[in-house]
Every structure is written in structure tokens, then in C-alpha cells.
Design a protein around this ligand. Structure first.
Ligand code: RP5
Length: 169
């Protein structure tokens, strides 16, 4: 998938079966007006494509990489080993191990190769996008403002829920 604007965030997925989860990251980046691209590359099934993607991301102007994968999820780590861009990993529940396999494979990187590992599944995909925005906002005042407004909306949402809250013993 390509956008009209030059993408600054790459959302990489190990399989098209990861899209229902990773679309949360796409939606969130759209909400913040951050142009992204969506790339299919598998650490195990297409290692050359993954390597080529990782090595060419920075020269193409990509600033942050989000990598979502399930099973023995080495995608984020393999990408992080071939770029100095920040890499955010989203572990996905895709096997009978309920995502524990992907979580451990993504989070437990050896010292020297960092991967910022998010929560499993949709919350992780959403937070990966928000973390990308926070990184980009370090030198983008407009994005910082949008993050502040987003935080206000979150807080208001809780207050509204409080108003509607009913309970009985
Ligand atoms: C991983 O294996 C993918 O990221 C996906 O989560 C999982 C299953 O892939 P499919 O068999 O659905 O293509 O590489």
C-alpha cells in the first residue's frame, strides 16, 4: 500500500493475516495525519526482502518502523539489526500459544539491538502508532499539539463514562 505523501513511518507485517491487528496502527497514524506505508515482509519466509527493506528504509526517508508479527516473531529484531532507525515491535497472537511465543520473541532482544516492544494485538498496534507520533513530535510542534489534544480527549472519555456509570449491589 502506498500513500500520496512521502511516508515517514513504515508498518511492516509478517503476513497479510496480521492486517486485522495492524490496521489499528494505520488508523491511528491517519488520525494524526502521519503518512505511512504498509509493507509485507517475513523474517523467515522472505529474509532477503526483509533485509532489503531494513537497509533501504532510512535512505528512503523513513523515520520510524513498526513491525508486527506472530508465532516465532523475529521480524522486529531482524529489522532492528539492519538499521539504526527506531523499531517498534507488535507481538501478535497467531498460534495455539496465544501470543506468548510472539511476545517473548519480540521482547527478549540481546543487548545492543533495541526493539521497543508493545502490548499484544490491537492495543499494541495502536500504541505503536502513538509511540511513533511521540518520536516524530520531538521536532514537530504540530504533532506535539495533536498529542496534547488526544490526551484531553482520552481524559474526557473517562469523565463521560463516569457520568453514565450505573451499578447495583
Ligand atoms: C508470522 O506467522 C506472521 O507474522 C503471522 O502472524 C504468522 C502466521 O502467518 P500466516 O501463516 O497466517 O501467513 O510470520
Amino acid at each position: 500500500m502506498k500513500t500520496k505523501e512521502k511516508p515517514v513511518v513504515s508498518i511492516v507485517m509478517g503476513s497479510d493475516s496480521d492486517l486485522p491487528v495492524m490496521k489499528e496502527a494505520i488508523f491511528m497514524l491517519e488520525e494524526f495525519g502521519v503518512p505511512c506505508e504498509v509493507v509485507l515482509a517475513s523474517a523467515h519466509r522472505s529474509p532477503d526482502r526483509t533485509s532489503s527493506f531494513a537497509r533501504n528504509a532510512a535512505p528512503r526517508g523513513i523515520k520510524v518502523i513498526i513491525a508486527g508479527a506472530g508465532a516465532a516473531a523475529h521480524l522486529a529484531g531482524v529489522i532492528a539489526s539492519q538499521t539504526t532507525l527506531p523499531v517498534i515491535g507488535v507481538p501478535i497472537n497467531a498460534t495455539p500459544l496465544n501470543g506468548l511465543d510472539a511476545l517473548l520473541s519480540t521482547v527478549q532482544m540481546p543487548g545492543g539491538i533495541p526493539v521497543a516492544t508493545m502490548a499484544l494485538d490491537s492495543a499494541g498496534a495502536k500504541n505503536a502508532a502513538l509511540l511513533s507520533v511521540r518520536i516524530l513530535a520531538l521536532n514537530n510542534q504540530q504533532l506535539r499539539q495533536k498529542l496534547d489534544e488526544y490526551a484531553v480527549r482520552l481524559a474526557k472519555g473517562i469523565e463521560e463514562k463516569q457520568e453514565k456509570l450505573t451499578w447495583s449491589k
